[in-house]
Design a protein around this ligand. Structure first.
Ligand code: DOR
Length: 452
């Protein structure tokens, strides 16, 4: 008989409603929603006063494995996920070697099977010369990948593809969904040269080098490609108010995400955080930050993802611009958002849409994203009254720091299940590689094709 777990007494965040009801897990799946409190089970979890959410699906992480494992690896990154209520992640191709061939992707999947505590998927990255591999990835039956990542704007890992002819080819000839880092390289270079001529750069200049115009120009360019080629497209880490407006005009076709650093930090934070607040796209103004929240609430931005990008403290302490861009966030993203629920900015239903159902629909993920009978038992139990401070010393990411160190938040995950198995409870985090390869069914057609 498969192991049966009954979670009873929790307020369950279901599609469209919250209900105080029992959830029965059997054989790694949700066997029943609405299970009576005395249902037969091998294990009963009394969850009075707690809320049960679908596990978070983070569609943008950089876990540095292989090749940069002094910063993070698939084991440490996935354990940080488990402690943060993130039950599935999609990882970016800027590792060493880069994930730019079907072979490298297959190798990464095999590596993940040996190391990951939560579920995993990997993008295939575009280069100026791997069109054949991108096409092959779309034609390889059973190959697990959410889609193609293009750096239309350079960042960590030297993967820039901004030649128009190459971009046209990729959008015209490939079949997998495409996502992109949008910052216009020509604008960034011109800004950098101009500012350098005025004097030595400091981290405050990062938002002038990678300015509004860089983000808006590249996002417009990418959306133009997607619309002309009728190619499914998702904009990563939106950072400006102008992009929110552009996205609002293209809703029903393009999808987009906002990251916690752009939602919770702005240019005023350089004074406090220095290069710990350096990331690409750069932080923008408080007005941009407010616009991102409005975009989420209004639906111009559909999801929240972290862009978890760990670098060691030693690396981050280098003087700008030698300091690398990126911040870690998988362990804190859910508490940051739950704190906003407590502050009245959004609801638990919004969190489930933005962080579970939305990413599952955008990337055609099979069996995840909602608490529904038959779906995978990837779940997170949260205590909305728990107040705790984010501490560097408690971060499971190998880099061991958080830009939110010292921030007090109300609303924290207390238990996480991946495929029905507890991977985080009572402060203990799983070490066995119980995560599974995510299955994608791109025939579903993505977010806009699956509106319910
Ligand atoms: O700040 C960033 N860091 N943005 C990216 O797009 C890449 C990331 C990294 O991999 O370090």
């Amino acid at each position: 008989m498969p192991h049966r777990t009954l979670i009873r007494g929790a307020t369950v965040v279901l599609p469209g409603e919250l209900a105080r009801t029992g959830v029965l897990i059997e054989g790694g799946r949700i066997a029943a929603v609405g299970a009576p409190p005395h249902s037969r089970a091998d294990e009963v979890v009394d969850a009075d006063g707690l809320h049960l959410l679908p596990g978070v699906i983070d569609d943008q992480v950089h876990f540095r494995d292989p090749g940069l494992t002094h910063k993070e690896d698939l084991h440490t990154g996935s354990r940080a996920c488990a402690a943060g209520g993130v039950t599935s992640f999609l990882e970016m191709p800027n590792t060493v070697p880069q994930t730019v061939t079907v072979g490298a992707l297959t190798e990464k999947l095999a590596r993940a099977a040996r190391r990951c505590v939560v579920n995993y998927g990997f993008y295939i990255g575009a280069t100026a010369g791997n069109l054949a591999e991108l096409k092959r990835a779309g034609r390889t039956p059973g190959l697990s990948t959410p889609g193609i990542k293009i750096f239309i704007g350079s960042s960590t890992g030297d993967m820039l593809v901004d030649d128009q002819e190459r971009l046209e080819e990729i959008f015209a000839e490939t079949t997998l969904p495409i996502t992109a880092h949008c910052e216009d390289e020509a604008t960034v270079r011109a800004n950098r040269a101009r500012l350098k001529a005025e004097g030595p750069l400091t981290v405050h200049d990062h938002s002038r080098v990678r300015d509004h115009r860089a983000a808006v120009t590249a996002t417009l360019r990418a959306i133009d490609l997607a619309v002309r080629h009728r190619h499914r497209f998702h904009v990563l880490h939106v950072s400006t108010a102008d992009e929110v407006e552009i996205l609002a005009a293209h809703r029903d076709f393009v999808t987009a995400e906002a990251c916690p650093h752009h939602l919770f930090l702005d240019t005023s934070d350089y004074a406090r955080l220095g290069t710990l607040a350096q990331m690409n796209p750069s932080l923008k103004t408080a007005a941009d930050r407010a616009a991102l929240w409005r975009g989420l609430i209004d639906g111009a931005i559909q999801i929240v993802a972290t862009d978890h990008a760990p670098h060691t403290l030693e690396e981050k302490e280098a003087a700008y611009p030698a300091s690398p861009s990126g911040v870690p966030a998988v362990q804190v993203v859910l508490p940051l958002m739950l704190n906003e629920v407590n502050r009245g900015r959004c609801s638990l239903g919004d969190i489930a849409c933005w962080m579970s159902d939305g990413p599952a629909r955008i990337w055609d993920i099979v069996g995840k994203g909602r608490i529904e009978e038959g779906r995978d038992a990837d779940l997170v139990l949260v205590d909305m009254s728990l107040v705790r401070e984010v501490r560097n010393g408690e971060q499971l990411t190998k880099c061991g720091w958080s830009p939110w160190h010292g921030t007090t938040l109300q609303g924290w995950p207390v238990r996480t299940w991946v495929g029905g198995r507890t991977v985080f409870a009572n402060g203990r985090v799983e070490t066995e590689p119980v995560g599974r390869e995510i299955t994608f069914d791109h025939g579903r057609g993505g977010y806009w094709a699956t509106q319910t």
